[in-house]
Design a protein around this ligand. Structure first.
Ligand code: AMP
Ligand code: MG
Length: 335
C-alpha cells in the first residue's frame, strides 16, 4: 500500500462492544483512518483491484467444486448509503460473480412463508459474493418498531437468526454484516436532498418521514440487534456513515479482508497439463502453434508479475492496521 492506510484494523475496531451506547456514537467519525477523504478514495481504488482479483479466484473455486461463498449483509435506515455501497464497493468486481438482493416489504407470496424463507432462497451459491441490501434483520427492526408482529414473536427471532447464520457459515459462507449508522441530522439533510433534487426525487417515499419520526425506537432496535446477534460466527460491524467515503472505505476493507481470509488460490486442474497441451497441439497448424507460443512468451512474464504483486498485496493486507502489533483495535466505542 501507499503511505496512507489504516492505523488500526477496522475489523475489531468496528465490532460492537457489549456496552455499546448508540446514542453516544459519533456518526461522523472515521475510526481507524486519519488520512482523510482523498487518501481514502485512492486506497479504495487500490483495494478494488485486489478485491476484484480475489473475487475472480473465489468464482473459479466455485466453478471447480469449491463450496465457499461470501455474504455481505448491509443494514441501515433510509439514506444510510446502502445503495452507494452496492454501487461503489460491489461495483468494483465482476457482476457475474455477484448475487445481489434488495429486501423490501414482503410480497403476498413471501408473507405466506416463514420470514427466513425468502432469505434462504437469496443466499449466494458457491463462488459468489452475495449482497443483501436490507435482510432478515428487518424482521427484528421494522417488524418490531412498526408492531407488525408481537413482542413474543420478534424477541425469539434473535436466537433463530443466530442459528440460521451459524448454519450458513458452517456451509462454507463467510458472513460479513455491516450496519451503516447515520446521524439524525444527516438523515434529515439527505432526505431533503431527495425532495430538492429532481434526479433523486424518485427515491422519496412519504413513509420515510414516519419512519424518521420513530428514530429512537429504531435506534433501540438496532442496539438490540447488536447485543443479540453479533456472534463469533457472524459478527456485526458498526460503521459510522455520515461520511460516505468512510463507509465505503470501511466496507471495502471488511469485504477484502473476508476474501483474503479464504486463502484463495487458483483451482488445481484435475487433468495433466502436458497431456492436454499435446492433445490440443495435435489439432493445430504449425502457424497457429507458433502464434500461441509467441503469445505465451510475451504474456507470461506479465502474468507472473501480476501474480507476485497479488501475493504481496494479500500478505500486506493480512497486517492491516500498521505495525503497532495488530489486533489492537478497541471495539466500537470508536473513541
Ligand atoms: P427501500 O430499501 O428504501 O427500497 O425500502 C424497502 C422497504 O421495505 C423499507 O421500508 C423496509 O423497512 C421494508 N421492509 C424490508 N423488509 C421488510 C420486512 N421483512 N417486513 C416489513 N417491511 C420490510
Ligand atoms: Mg427507501
Amino acid at each position: 500500500m501507499g503511505a496512507a492506510g489504516w492505523h488500526q484494523d477496522p475489523r475489531p475496531l468496528l465490532r460492537p462492544a457489549p456496552d455499546l451506547d448508540l446514542a453516544a456514537l459519533d456518526r461522523g467519525a472515521t475510526p481507524g483512518w486519519d488520512a482523510g477523504k482523498d487518501a481514502a478514495e485512492e486506497y479504495v481504488v487500490e483495494r478494488g483491484r485486489l478485491l476484484s482479483e480475489l473475487q475472480e479466484r473465489l468464482f473459479a473455486d466455485g466453478r471447480t467444486g469449491g463450496r465457499r461463498a461470501v455474504l455481505l449483509v448491509v443494514q441501515g435506515l433510509d439514506t444510510a448509503g446502502k445503495g452507494g455501497i452496492v454501487r461503489h464497493v460491489i461495483g468494483m468486481v465482476d457482476p457475474q460473480g455477484v448475487a445481489l438482493r434488495a429486501f423490501g416489504v414482503p410480497t403476498a407470496e413471501e408473507r405466506r412463508h416463514h420470514y427466513l424463507w425468502r432469505v434462504r432462497r437469496a443466499l449466494p451459491g458457491p463462488g459468489l459474493i452475495g449482497v443483501f441490501d436490507r435482510s432478515h434483520y428487518e424482521d427484528v427492526l421494522v417488524a418490531r418498531v412498526e408492531g407488525l408482529v408481537k413482542e413474543w414473536v420478534w424477541s425469539r427471532r434473535y436466537a433463530e437468526i443466530n442459528r440460521f447464520e451459524r448454519e450458513i457459515v458452517d456451509g462454507g459462507t463467510t458472513v460479513v454484516k455491516v450496519a451503516l449508522l447515520v446521524s439524525r441530522d444527516e438523515q434529515g439533510v439527505r432526505l431533503m436532498e431527495r425532495l430538492d433534487r429532481p434526479d433523486k426525487r424518485w427515491k422519496w417515499n412519504p413513509g420515510d418521514v414516519d419512519t424518521r419520526a420513530k428514530w429512537d425506537a429504531y435506534q433501540q432496535a438496532y442496539a438490540d440487534v447488536f447485543t443479540h446477534t453479533s456472534t463469533d460466527a457472524a459478527p456485526w460491524h458498526v460503521v459510522p456513515a455520515d461520511k460516505k467515503w468512510y463507509a465505503r472505505l470501511a466496507v471495502t476493507e471488511l469485504l477484502t479482508q473476508a476474501l483474503v481470509d479464504l486463502d484463495l488460490d487458483w483451482p488445481r486442474p484435475s487433468w495433466r497439463l502436458e497431456t492436454q497441451k499435446h492433445r490440443l497441439a495435435a489439432t493445430m497448424s504449425a502457424g497457429a502453434l507458433a502464434t500461441a507460443e509467441r503469445k505465451a512468451a510475451e504474456k507470461l512474464p506479465e502474468v507472473a508479475r501480476a501474480e507476485a504483486e497479488f501475493d504481496e498485496a494479500v500478505a500486506a493486507a493480512a497486517d492491516v492496521g500498521g505495525d503497532d502489533g495488530g489486533g489492537s483495535g478497541r471495539p466500537a466505542g470508536w473513541a
